[in-house]
Design a protein around this ligand. Sequence first.
Ligand code: FAD
Length: 322
Amino acid sequence: MILSGELIHSGTENLKDEIRKIIPSCRMLEEEPMAKHTSFRIGGPASALVICNDEAELAEVLKKCSSSDNAEYMIIGNGSNFLVADEGYPGIMIKLGGSFDSVAIERENEDGSVDVRAGAAKLLSGTSAFLTEHGLAGMEFASGIPGSVGGAVFMNAGAYGGEMKDAVISVRLMRPDGSEIIELSSEEMEFGYRHSAVEESGLIVLSALLRLRRDDPDEIAARVRELQDRRNSKQPVNFPSAGSTFKRPVGGYAAALIDEAGLKGYSRGGAKVSEKHAGFVINTGGATAEDVLEVMRHVRRAVYDNSGIMLEPEVRLINCEL
Ligand SMILES: Cc1cc2nc3c(=O)[nH]c(=O)nc-3n(C[C@H](O)[C@H](O)[C@H](O)COP(=O)(O)OP(=O)(O)OC[C@H]3O[C@@H](n4cnc5c(N)ncnc54)[C@H](O)[C@@H]3O)c2cc1C
């Protein structure tokens, strides 16, 4: 009898043979440790990490992935909201690079606003630097979020009162089978708290069109610096993490609930509830995914016992569960 694990393995090996015909070997990293690609610095190997440099390449790879039986694939951005299992991921991780790592002014509007197209692989920090240099305001809130534009759109990332949906006017996306490219308006993206329509549809973000307003570059830079200072003073930025581990529950803050349950400093192996910010589980060195999951399970139970509120993870759990 063939075990399902073996079936997935052989399906993935066949798929890798197909992808090798499209992607040069230097951009197809086999048995690639995900710890090298996540801000948590945790995670076993993906069967392959494939870097697609343009839309044509991505479409070809997606066609192969979606027509392959018994093989899985997923998109990784900057890996800053990822917890990958210690066993790794048995499928293909697709990362965008090359032409996706771009940002440019697309048009100046009559009302004085300016539309900028940012590629999915562009980091928010780099996007922010570009906008500051060009005197374009409206994305300062995102400057310190360590994600890519693609991941930030997927998550509707937000901070300090702003979120992606405030700036995004439309998103260019590819169907998960690579068959078509579509552009969805901000409304069609159904942005909600740390959520967008991409989550259910499996669409791949190629780029986002952002609407900004003109402002003095020095004032924008000052606002970015102020938010960065606030971040550095409140968050355990010197330790690997995936940011806020849990979503903000209705009517409360995860960090406050975790603090009230007396969990600051709670640790298991190398994973610990940060003493600086209870909302963060940090990797103090050598943490495994199982260490983080154990801490998360304990936190959920203890917070529920203390407050009656069940926290839901914000970090994306890849090939592992609570
Ligand atoms: C120190 C620290 C601070 C943080 N602070 C904040 C904060 O203030 N606010 C906040 O919202 N988040 C914060 N985060 C979390 C994280 O940075 C955000 O969720 C960010 O948007 C994730 O982007 P990413 O590119 O790293 O995505 P990843 O973590 O790589 O992926 C996240 C999800 O997006 C999907 N995805 C990625 N790219 C694409 C694409 N092109 N198309 C389709 N799906 C895609 C992935 O499949 C995955 O499901 C923080 C994280 C850290 C480590």
